[in-house]
Design a protein around this ligand. Structure first.
Ligand SMILES: *Cc1c(COP(=O)(O)O)cnc(C)c1O
Length: 394
């Protein structure tokens, strides 16, 4: 089996897994308990906070643990929105291809009277800093732009965006779920005020993540209850999950340089091999993207059929399209970069991980080429395209 869906989730690293099981077996006390056994859990928890903070250049007091990336996004956005509203500022700027954890939170806020501007991400999948600056108003209270996109992997000019936000004294949040542990991220260098991350995207466990909020930002609770996480997030902490996340993050960050080179070489080979499929196109800028991300559109086919046939060949990948999750709408990300519906339906995302071999890459290229050709051989859309009834777009 070749697992090429690391953007959806990753396999837990064995080091993270053993941290998790050891804590579950031996250190299962409640970190809020005052006796020694509870305090051992507390120590593990605070050690994890130090590791996580150090990995992104933050202070320990700036990290709170959450149930994952979605919760961190929700809390960051609502915090900035309600803080803004209390100062009469109810305008938020984001981009058209954010994760749904961001877009759906913004939708809710619109229902509550906030105004949202979604920046264009252009054909290359990149926000233009000058367009961001032009969209800023006197009542803008938050800019939230993802670090790297989960479908097409494009990496935004985060530092410049942060600089503009600093200049205009606007809170800048970034959903860095796809970036953390994959490319270097430093909240100081990148001018980031709030950042969301999720453990299962960097070989940690599912259901754990963290939110960084720069000193001075008073987080608003989503979950009320006990005084855990300095009163910002109630509920007994998932100590094993949090410590496993810290372990996974430490490991991932230490490997960024080596694996980044290996993965981007694999990515570039996949891109050049798949480009040879006629009437195909890479989605998003070819270089300014995550080292492991490849995303293509193939004309005349359905992404879902391609995925199922690739699965038969032992390749796990994903489509940019949401059809698999029961909706007939194509991916909002592909539409945002200007792909028309028909083309957006024929998409394929390969997100490779560090265990991929050169043979695996050649096998993927060969399998995708053959499968696309096979699907086209009985596709009515392809027949029309070839007969000139419909015009090729790609
Ligand atoms: C996976 C993902 C999320 C959601 O994280 P969960 O931990 O699964 O809630 C949010 N944003 C991006 C960009 C993601 O890739």
């Amino acid at each position: 089996m070749i697992y090429a869906d690391n953007a959806a989730t990753t396999k837990m690293s064995s080091a993270a897994l053993s941290v998790m099981t050891e804590l579950m077996k031996d250190t299962w006390g409640n970190p809020s308990s005052l006796y020694g056994f509870g305090q051992k859990a507390k120590e593990a928890l605070e050690g994890a906070r130090e590791t996580v903070a150090a990995a992104i250049g933050a202070d320990v007091r700036e990290i709170i643990f959450t149930s994952g990336g979605s919760e961190a996004d929700n809390q960051a956005i609502r915090t900035a929105a309600y803080t803004g509203a209390s100062n009469g500022k109810k305008h938020i700027i984001s981009s058209a291809f954010e994760h749904h954890a961001v877009l759906h939170t913004l939708k809710r806020l619109e229902e509550e009277g906030f105004e949202v501007t979604l920046l264009d991400v252009h054909k290359d999948g990149l926000v233009r800093p000058e367009e961001l600056e032009a969209a800023i108003r006197d009542d803008t209270c938050l800019v939230t732009i993802m670090y790297a996109n989960n479908e097409i992997g494009t990496i935004q000019p985060i530092k410049e965006i942060g600089e503009i936000c600093r200049k205009h004294k606007i809170i800048f949040h970034t959903d860095a779920v796809q970036a953390i542990g994959h490319i270097p991220v430093n909240v100081i260098n990148d001018n980031i005020d709030m950042l969301s991350a999720s453990a299962h995207k960097f070989h940690g466990p599912k259901g754990v993540g963290f939110l960084y909020a720069k000193k001075g930002i008073k987080l608003r609770n989503l979950i009320e209850g006990g005084a855990q996480e300095r009163g910002r997030r109630a509920g007994t902490e998932n100590v094993p999950g949090i410590c496993a996340m810290a372990k996974a993050l430490e490991e991932a960050v230490s490997k960024i340089d080596g694996y980044g080179k290996k993965l981007s070489a694999g990515r570039d080979r996949l891109i050049s091999g798949l480009k040879e499929v006629p009437h195909s196109a890479v989605n998003g800028d070819e270089k300014r993207r995550l080292p492991g991300n490849v995303n293509f559109c193939f004309e005349g086919i359905e992404g879902e059929s391609l995925l199922l046939l690739l699965d038969d060949k032992g390749i796990q990948a994903s489509s940019g399209s949401a059809c698999t999750s029961g909706s007939l709408d194509p991916s909002h990300v592909l539409l945002a970069i200007g792909r028309v519906h028909d083309v957006a339906h024929g998409s394929l995302r390969l997100s490779i991980g560090e265990d991929i071999s050169d043979e695996d890459i050649e096998y993927i290229i060969k399998s995708v080429r053959e499968t696309v050709e096979y699907l086209r051989s009985f596709s009515p859309i392809w027949r029309d395209l070839e007969a000139g009834v419909k015009e090729h777009i790609l």
